[in-house]
Ligand binder design. Structure first.
Ligand code: GFB
Length: 314
């Protein structure tokens, strides 16, 4: 058991979807939360990260900072997704080791697994087959982060662990239609179509790929749970254990938002991997369960969107 009580806890990436949820969750712990803006320390800059870490000396680190985006952003900016993520994770992990951070949790992504991995995907599937081409750049960077955390454990005995979240959504998500993930895009498209009384919304690809979704506050809870209870080299999947075809997800979002029109498919856009349902067995066996259903999570996220994107929602 590693207790965060009385600890100085650095949340790298505190403004993002995951980092902001971890900060919300840490409000329930008796700890001091440390954050760094890009002006304080650009995490791609090794010297800046070393200086910041040496000054602030956190006891524990949640490494949630990353360059992220949906299927199109991944395919369009491969150099950014590979370089930025390699630099961020290498700098933060190395600087954490240097200043003697007691525990670090690195966050990866379910896209690290082979495109045609056996479903549900167990942790052991890592590096058993070729990656999905649209997000291979991001996946390679995240695989390097897992291995780097493991390498510091093997060579120097640091208690660095890794969690692999499934597709996430929730407050503070990116609702930009070009760069976002599917769920925020669908919420915005359905909302705007309802407002403009459009006949239809358009989704990317065939609608047949299946995706697993986890509400980000559940993921934050899983991260704190792992920080408290897990200390092994192997990464741990963090998912809901259920997936849904994108077309059915679109219908669900339309129902929640109140848009009654048609759903059209834009086959010029990529489908990506056909399915990536992760096995949640390992985390379940430790006693952790998600609390927020997909429907409830979409309702909460739509409410957040209405409250925080008045310009888009108008
Ligand atoms: O969420 P998403 O962009 O990423 O797309 P991935 C999921 C599925 O939804 C794909 C479809 O089959 C998309 O074609 N889709 C339908 C849409 N309509 C839309 C839309 O309007 N916007 C978007 N974005 N998708 C990402 C990876 O893969 O998953 C990242 O690229 C990361 O690296 C993340 O791993 C978790 O699930 O395909």
């Amino acid at each position: 058991m590693y207790s965060l009580s009385g600890k100085r806890v650095f949340v790298a990436g505190h403004r993002g979807l995951v980092g902001s949820a971890i900060v919300r969750r840490l409000a329930e712990e008796d700890c001091e939360v440390l954050t760094a803006t890009r002006q304080d320390a650009d995490l791609r800059d090794q010297a800046a990260v070393r200086t910041w870490m040496a000054d602030r000396r956190p006891d524990a680190v949640f490494l949630a900072a990353a360059k992220v985006g949906g299927i199109l952003a991944n395919a369009t900016y491969p150099a950014d997704f590979l370089y930025d993520n390699l630099m961020i994770e290498a700098n933060v992990i190395e600087a954490a080791a240097r200043v003697g951070v007691e525990k670090l949790l690195f966050l990866g992504s379910s896209c690290i697994y082979p495109k045609f991995a056996e479903q549900p995907i167990s942790e052991d599937s890592l590096l058993t087959g070729p990656l999905e081409p649209t997000n291979q750049w991001y996946a390679v960077a995240k695989i390097a982060g897992i291995k780097l955390s493991e390498a510091y454990r093997v060579q120097h005995g640091h208690d660095f662990i890794s969690a692999m979240p499934t597709n996430l959504y929730g407050p503070n998500d990116n609702f930009d239609l070009q760069s976002s993930h599917v769920l925020p895009a669908l919420i915005r498209k359905a909302h705007e179509a309802k407002r403009s009384r459009a006949d239809a919304i358009s989704i990317w690809g065939s609608g047949s790929p299946r995706r697993e979704f986890l509400y980000v506050d559940d993921l934050a809870d899983a991260c704190v749970f792992l920080m408290n209870h897990y200390s092994c080299a192997e990464h741990v999947n963090a998912g809901s254990g259920e997936d849904i075809p994108i077309y059915d997800l679109t219908r669900l979002v339309c129902d929640i938002v109140g848009f009654e029109g048609e759903v059209e498919r834009d086959l010029s856009k990529p489908d990506g991997t056909p399915r990536k349902l992760m096995s949640a067995d390992r985390l379940k066996a430790m006693g952790w369960r998600p609390q927020v259903s997909l429907e409830d999570g979409i309702r909460r996220t739509y409410q957040w969107y209405l409250e925080h994107h008045a310009d888009l929602a108008a």
